[in-house]
Design a protein around this ligand. Structure first.
Ligand SMILES: O=C(O)CCC(=O)C(=O)O
Ligand SMILES: [Fe+2]
Length: 223
């Protein structure tokens, strides 16, 4: 655990400043995980220390071993139904981690549905690549998880219906998990812009973009 904290510090600097940022209220510590509720967005929760360094590297190897990304032109893999064992394990860990805290991270009906997730997308982003602002398709149920690996990035949330310039930026560090439900899932768009200058800035510093891999877990609505 100490090693892990040291590695994280070496990679991303001391995070103690973050804790003072307005809108990022740290309100719950599970057995070892810390959950932050994003104040401005109902239903958006961030767990920055979801995966240990060792788990991140095992997961990355498992993903790369799938052989999905051998061709440079392929940057997304999608699976429905039976998921690879590492994804099922990840899903079990999400459930356990949420269950271990006495916080409304995910409602009981979502947390205990079976299966929790049956759809997987793995996205691989090279520096400069991101994803346009969107609300996830309505053919997916409420309760969506995103796990981040490799390069950190800023994910921007903006209201889906209003044209105002309102937005909330969240830093997705490697090993972090976000859970979106309710308003966060239906009433806010999310995007990652790694092309336009000024988007990938956190606490006044430009993020050094490297490859990023994300794992999105969702559940299909019943037909
Ligand atoms: O890569 C990410 O972190 C987000 C992916 C996403 O929003 C999606 O697949 O719908
Ligand atoms: Fe999405």
């Amino acid at each position: 655990m100490e090693d892990e904290a040291e590695n994280l510090r070496a990679a991303f600097g001391d995070s103690s400043d973050d804790e003072d940022r307005p809108g990022k209220e740290t309100i719950g510590i599970g057995e070892s995980t810390v959950w932050e509720r994003v104040e401005e967005i109902n239903g958006l929760w961030l767990c920055r220390n979801f995966l240990s360094i060792a788990h991140q590297s095992d997961l990355l190897s498992a993903i790369l071993n799938e052989g999905w990304f051998v061709e440079e032109s392929i940057n997304q893999a999608m699976r429905f139904g039976d998921l690879p064992s590492w994804a099922t394990e990840l899903s079990d860990l999400i459930r356990e981690t949420v269950e271990s805290v006495d916080l409304p991270v995910l409602s009981a009906d979502l947390l205990w549905r079976e299966p929790l997730f049956d759809q997987l997308i793995v996205n691989l982003y090279q520096p400069g690549e991101g994803i346009c602002a969107h609300v996830d398709l309505l053919r997916f149920e409420d309760g969506i998880a995103i796990v981040s690996l490799e390069s950190p990035c800023v994910m921007r949330f903006s209201p889906a219906e209003k044209e105002e310039d309102e937005y909330v930026d969240i830093l997705l560090t490697p090993g972090s998990l976000i859970l979106m439900s309710g308003e966060a899932r239906y009433r806010w768009k999310h995007e990652i812009n790694r092309k336009q200058n000024g988007f990938q800035v956190w606490e006044g510093e430009e993020i050094d973009q490297k490859r990023r891999i994300s794992i999105t877990l969702r559940k299909l609505c019943q037909a």
